[in-house]
Design a binder for this molecule. Structure first.
Ligand SMILES: [Zn+2]
Length: 220
């Protein structure tokens, strides 16, 4: 066999493996009867939507009502801050985002069950945990730390506060990023999510929203 033939065969092998992977993904979708979007594609759709928003080219059709069945391309765990509206900053219409919002973008059992529902029953393959500039909840957590009686909204942020206190620098700026990263890591260890993350069927992406420009920055 010539080197050329061997190279071609090897190329065919790679293509065959890729095709099998795609087939496996499509089969899994067919079993559940839901159109699942690969995590990387879902993330790209979010980033494309944010780019449209930042460049003032949001799609007007995303403001129209819809009674179609929902197949959200992403779960967004965001802060409740009124300046961070997920559907607007990602330019997504009804049915596209499954949103859980709580001040400080952390979660409790109720929020976790909402997230698990979207992953398990709606076929969503991407969770984005998004913090933002000037976060009041993170600011308050920095002030109250280490008071254990501060309440879950603030104590849920203490792990991030503890880490940034050890490293110095701009504590608020660092704690906002650290909090989104730690919450994403914590989610990745939760029942029903851990195996999906390990297999690559689910991606959990920490991010930060820049208030002044409207841009979303990926943190990892
Ligand atoms: Zn906030």
């Amino acid at each position: 066999m010539s080197i050329d033939q061997r190279t071609r065969l090897r190329g065919c092998g790679v293509i065959a493996i890729a095709a099998l992977c795609l087939l496996a993904f499509a089969t899994a979708n067919a079993e559940e009867g839901k159109p699942m979007i690969p995590p990387a594609q879902a993330l790209q759709s979010l980033l494309d939507g944010n780019h449209r928003y930042v460049s003032d080219r949001s799609d007007p059709s995303n403001k129209r009502p819809s009674d179609a069945s929902q197949h959200p391309l992403a779960i967004i765990l965001s802060c409740s801050d009124s300046r961070v509206p997920p559907e607007i900053i990602f330019d997504q219409g009804p049915g596209k985002l499954f949103v859980v919002r709580v001040a400080g973008n952390t979660y409790d059992r109720l929020a976790l069950e909402s997230i698990q529902y979207a992953v398990g029953h709606l076929g969503t393959t991407l969770i984005m945990v998004i913090g933002h500039d000037q976060c009041g909840a993170v600011t308050a957590a920095l002030k109250s730390y280490p008071d254990p009686n501060a309440g879950p909204m603030l104590t849920n942020i203490y792990a991030a506060v503890r880490q940034v206190r050890e490293h110095g620098g701009d504590e608020l700026d660092n704690a906002i990023d650290r909090n989104a990263i730690l919450i994403a890591e914590k989610l990745a260890r939760e029942p029903d999510l851990e195996k999906r993350v390990a297999s690559g069927a689910l991606k959990i992406q920490p991010a930060r929203y820049v208030l002044k420009t409207g841009a979303v920055k990926l943190l990892q």
